[in-house]
Write a protein that binds this ligand. Structure first.
Ligand SMILES: C[S@@+](CC[C@H](N)C(=O)[O-])C[C@H]1O[C@@H](n2cnc3c(N)ncnc32)[C@H](O)[C@@H]1O
Length: 193
């Protein structure tokens, strides 16, 4: 199975969106709610229907960028958040994103959607995309990694292998405020470049 554009576009066409919770998740909401500077440049990679994008914009963050390989969620977001300029939407592969620097990148069910062989490349690309002092923040699944996926699981120990030599690990712990279906199955993290 190739996790390419056709695969993801088909998932949207067939409405097989098991990851889509229909609203912003509580951990991301709580993190966003304590941000003071609304000017920061934020990227949401593999945004899907990106409920956190609408939430950010409603709360005065306008420097928000979206990347997704699938057309349908990009179009959905453009319709739902029409105040964001067209240039803030990148329809394409995250790994082809131009080297523009962000203050904050929010992760939610994008890492686990990639094949595990791409995890090292994900870490390197995040390093490239962040400003010095910029943060990669979000959620990583905490269940055993198997061949079955997406979503592909992983563990704190495994994730540290990809990130600890490149980022300061500020937080990587069991999320205390997960949505009920994910309780006990995800880690909240903050990594600083
Ligand atoms: C499991 S969904 C998660 C969507 C969203 N983050 C959420 O939590 O609802 C994974 C998303 O990543 C996108 N995606 C997968 N591989 C990608 C890649 N290489 N570059 C950009 N987007 C990608 C898919 O199209 C899909 O929208």
């Amino acid at each position: 199975m190739k996790l390419n554009k056709d695969y993801w576009e088909r998932r949207y066409e067939e409405n097989k969106l098991g990851w889509d919770i229909g609203k912003i998740s509580s951990p991301l909401k709580e993190y966003i709610d304590q941000l003071k500077n609304k000017e920061i440049k934020i990227l949401i990679p593999g945004a899907g229907n990106g409920y956190e994008v609408a939430y950010l914009v409603q709360n005065g963050f306008n420097n928000v960028y979206i990347a997704d390989l699938a057309r349908q969620p990009i179009e959905n977001l453009q319709n739902r958040v029409p105040t964001l300029p067209a240039n803030n939407f990148f329809y394409g592969d995250f790994f082809d994103l131009p080297n523009c620097k962000f203050d904050l990148i929010l992760e939610q069910t994008f890492f686990c959607a990639l094949h595990p062989k791409d995890r090292e490349a994900y870490s390197l690309k995040m390093l490239e995309l962040l400003k010095t002092g910029g943060k990669l923040v979000g959620l990583l699944f905490d269940f055993p990694l198997t061949e079955d996926g997406p979503p592909f699981g992983g563990s704190k120990e495994e994730y540290l292998e990809y990130f600890k030599s490149r980022f300061t690990i500020n937080v990587l712990q069991r999320s205390y405020n997960s949505i009920p279906p994910r309780a006990g199955k995800e880690l909240f993290f903050i990594f600083t470049k």
